[in-house]
Structure formats: C-alpha cells, structure tokens
Ligand binder design. Structure first.
Ligand code: ACO
Length: 330
C-alpha cells in the first residue's frame, strides 16, 4: 500500500487591524452596555478594518508572515486556500487576488465558504491534498471582515463581530510522530437561516428595497446557535479523540472557535479541564469567524505555550450550519 504523507504546520501568521472599537464606543451607537456585553459574551473590544482596505490586504499580511516563519517562498506553493464568508468580491475569489499579490504563480487557488468553520474545513482539504502525495506546500488563510456585513443598528449582532486574519503554511512531512492525525467535518443545512445574509446573492439580488430593509447584513438567532454550538463542539471533540483511543484530558490544548466566552467556559467546565488549555482571544478581538482559530494558534506559538509534541484539537462551528475539528500532534 502507498505510504500516505503527513501534514504539519510549519509557519503561522496573523493580521489584526489597528482600529479598536470598545464596548463604550458601541454604547454610543446602540442601546447596550459594557456590562451586558462583557457578562453575556466576554468581549471587551474588537478590531475594525480601516476604510480603503479589504479582505485581501489582511490576508496578504497574515500570509506573508506565515510564509516567512515557515521559510517557504510563495513561488513554491502548490495551492492557496482562503476560508472566508466576507470575500473582496463574489467573484473572483480572494484566493486568486492573494495568489497574484504573493506572485505564487505555480499555485492553484480557491476560497472555501463554511461559515466560522471555514478554517477547519480548509485545513482538512489541505491535509487531503498532502496526504495523497499530490501537493507538498499549501497556504491556508482564515480571514473575515465581518464589520462590513454587520448591521450597526442591531444590538444583538453588532457587539459580537470583529475583523482579522490568520494564516498557516502546511507542508508534507515524513515524521510519523507529528502532523494532522484526523479531522471531522459536519453540516446541517436545515439550520441555514439561523445565521444568514438574506440579500445580495442570486436568491435575492441587491436592490433599493433590500438595501433600505437592511437585508444585506447578518441576521442571527443567537439562542439557537448557542445551544447548537455547545453540543457540536463536544460531539466533535469526542469524535476526534475516541478515534485515536484517547480522552479529552489527553489533549494539551483545545483551540475553540471564539464566538462567545460563555460557550468556551461552559465546555471547559463540563469537560473539567484547566483554563490554560483553552486559548482565548474573543475578549480582545470579538468573533473573527474563520480567523479565530489560526489567530489563536499564532498567538499561542508566539507566547511559547504551543510546543512541538503537543496534542492539539481545533474545533469550530458556524453558519450553514457547519461544524468540525482537526486533531494534530504539533
Ligand atoms: N445589549 C443589551 N441587551 C441586549 C443586547 C445588547 N447588545 N443584545 C440583546 N440584548 C437583549 C435582548 O434584546 C434580550 O432582551 P429581552 O429579554 O428584553 O428580550 C436580552 O438581551 C437577552 O437576549 P438573548 O439573545 O437571550 O441573550 P443571550 O444571553 O442568549 O446572548 C448572544 C445573546 C450573545 C448572541 C448569545 O446567544 C450567543 O453568543 N449566541 C451564539 C452566537 C454564535 O455563536 N454565533 C456564531 C456565529 S459563527 C459564524 O458563522 C459567524
């Protein structure tokens, strides 16, 4: 039987806009309070991309850092995957724009749309291309400019989201002790309308009426998503570890999608695992959707908390509905 290649992450990068939006700033926009936002979500501030910049700008910054840390030149890349629901345009893909900017002319490029689970989906796709021996060097970016799709008159959503990008370089390795071990990808389209943007697509093209009715912004049923998220994360976690005859307590780190600090704390308490195993950036960045996990990963590496040999699970959930995870030995 052909020996399958394993995939390791050899470099990470992140890009965070400079502009900070605090809860106090939001108090001036909608009927909310710092106390409500912190106690219900754990968010203290979020970042907003400055006017004149776009998804591709943040993607490029994060990608260049990941490539530099991996010591991989863009010209060596076989594939570029950008996980996002807030691309620069409906078409072409942001990954193609990024490919040109990086001059990664050997690489194929595609965007992956899987809500906040986008990065987990993209990393699993990268692993499959490497596993099969087709490619050896892939750039995966998780990026979101959600503040451009947020209704700043809707207090139930505008306090939640922020902008950011994280990137990783995934490479083939013959080291059997490291790399991606398994993954789980799930979806349930019956929940499509729990989190969606009604207008602007082919189902309801943008018109004066859709704009006037604010239908090109995100609409969310927060309570239902919350209930779904807690179950989806736990199911995925057990699925990942049981397949390797392991238990949650065997994990050195669990990088969860950052949608609400209460979701993270609920899961941590239920699993009876220590706080330090659960990286948090939602307090500073809000929910950056596809970017929460790669940014957290990058931050943990820079802080020296994520180390070679660590057993790590990354788990996300989001619009679609989608959910899933990746288990890897760092
Ligand atoms: N400030 C003050 N009050 C508010 C605000 C606000 N920003 N937002 C809502 N409220 C009010 C509501 O109107 C409601 O008032 P009422 O009782 O008078 O009707 C009250 O607060 C409680 O509202 P709930 O929605 O029940 O509040 P909850 O505690 O559930 O928190 C939240 C809402 C934070 C949205 C939570 O449900 C949540 O985080 N859900 C998960 C969201 C999520 O994970 N999204 C992932 C998306 S991933 C992706 O793909 C982008």
């Amino acid at each position: 039987m052909q020996k399958l290649n394993r995939s390791i992450i050899t470099g990470t990068g992140a890009a965070i806009p400079d502009r900070v939006i605090t809860n106090e700033d939001l108090e001036k926009l909608v009927d909310t309070s710092n106390e409500w936002i912190v106690s219900r979500t754990g968010i203290r501030e979020r970042r907003m991309l400055e006017e004149g910049f776009s998804n591709a700008d943040l993607s490029e910054k994060a990608a260049r850092e990941a490539l530099s840390r991996a010591e991989v030149s863009a010209s060596e890349l076989d594939l570029i995957l950008v996980a996002t629901v807030t691309p620069d345009h409906h078409t072409p893909s942001t990954s193609c724009i990024l490919q040109a900017r990086l001059e990664a002319f050997k690489a194929g490029a595609m965007d992956i749309s899987a809500g906040c689970t986008g990065f987990v989906y993209a990393l699993s796709v990268a692993q499959q291309f490497i596993n099969s021996g087709i490619y050896t060097k892939i750039l995966v970016v998780g990026v979101e400019i959600l503040t451009r799709f947020t209704d700043w008159e809707d207090r139930s959503t505008c306090v939640l989201f922020g902008d950011g990008a994280g990137a990783v370089v995934v490479e083939a390795t013959e080291d059997e002790n490291r790399g991606i071990i398994n993954f789980s990808l799930k979806s349930d389209g019956r929940g499509a309308k729990l989190l969606y943007v009604p207008a602007g697509g082919s189902a309801m093209p943008a018109s004066e009426e859709t704009v006037n009715n604010r239908m090109h912004y995100l609409i969310m049923n927060g309570n239902e998503i919350f209930k779904f998220a807690v179950k989806a994360v736990e199911d995925t976690l057990y699925d990942l570890v049981r397949r390797e005859n392991k238990k949650p307590e065997d994990l050195d780190m669990i990088i969860l999608h950052q949608a609400n600090l209460r979701i993270i704390n609920h899961i941590r308490k239920h699993l009876k695992l220590p706080q330090e195993k659960f990286p948090v950036n939602i307090d500073r960045l809000g929910n950056t959707s596809s970017a929460t996990i790669p940014i957290a990963m990058h931050e943990e590496i820079l802080a020296g908390r994520l180390k070679e040999g660590d057993l790590v699970a990354m788990i996300a959930f989001g619009a679609g509905l989608t959910w899933g995870g990746v288990l890897m030995r760092w």
